[in-house]
Design a protein around this ligand. Structure first.
Ligand code: CA
Length: 224
């Protein structure tokens, strides 16, 4: 895993680099937005830790350029307590997470681990998370030789979660995506479908699990 840290407070930047290296990451550092953007554009990083207040070009501008250029590397924004607005714009611009300074090292490492956990990727006609695959043609869910067919709604729900497997997918988004805006009372329906999917995941002894995040939505956890 290769991480780019863009932070102009050199002591903080160097301390982060040291900690990350101790945790077996390969680390590059930049102390301003312009160099940071240049490096980030290479697309070689697994995560970019990006401060917002930077000389040259601020973190939000860098993030915007990256996303416009099609660089989809996960970005963890570093914000000061006072920069709530920036935090919101950052998420709108496509940041994957943010951390408010000052933070403890453990928190940074946990966020980075969550961001680098393998995201669902399409290989041919299947989306794969961990060792569980979902075939979009046959709607078959499989894990190590066992498989089970999903219903259409089950398929759509699970596919959405697998495509966003490092994140919590809000219930509202799932409902909008699968049932559209007009429907009512689907909050219960979604829970019913999730329970069906869970049973099927268990039936194939899958290495992924659907976790409910109370009041927010669902996320997938892979045990491999
Ligand atoms: Ca700064």
């Amino acid at each position: 895993m290769r991480i780019l840290v863009v932070e102009d407070e050199r002591s903080l930047c160097d301390a982060l680099a040291t900690i990350l290296k101790q945790n077996k990451y390969i680390v590059d550092v930049c102390y301003d937005g312009i160099a940071g953007e240049d490096n980030a554009m290479s697309g070689i990083y697994d995560v970019i830790v990006l401060d917002i207040m930077l000389p040259g070009k601020n973190g939000l501008e860098v993030l915007k350029s990256l996303r416009q250029a099609g660089v989809s590397t996960p970005v963890l924004l570093l914000t000061a307590k006072s920069e709530v607005e920036d935090k919101i714009s950052g998420l709108d611009l496509g940041a994957d997470d943010y951390l408010t300074k000052p933070f403890v090292t453990g928190e940074l490492l946990a966020r980075i681990r969550a961001m680098t956990r393998r995201k669902g990727e399409y290989t041919g006609d299947s989306i794969v998370v961990g060792e569980t695959a979902l075939d979009k043609n046959t709607m078959e869910l499989s894990h190590k030789g066992r498989s089970v067919r999903l219903g259409l709604k089950e398929f759509q729900l699970l596919e959405t979660m697998m495509a966003n497997s490092a994140q919590i997918v809000p219930k509202e988004r799932l409902i909008e995506k699968i049932w559209g805006y007009e429907s009512e009372a689907e909050y219960n329906a979604i829970e019913v479908y999730v329970s069906f999917i869970r049973k099927k995941l268990m039936a194939i002894n899958s290495d992924i699990q659907i976790k409910a995040v109370r009041g927010v939505g669902y996320c997938l956890e892979s045990s491999t």
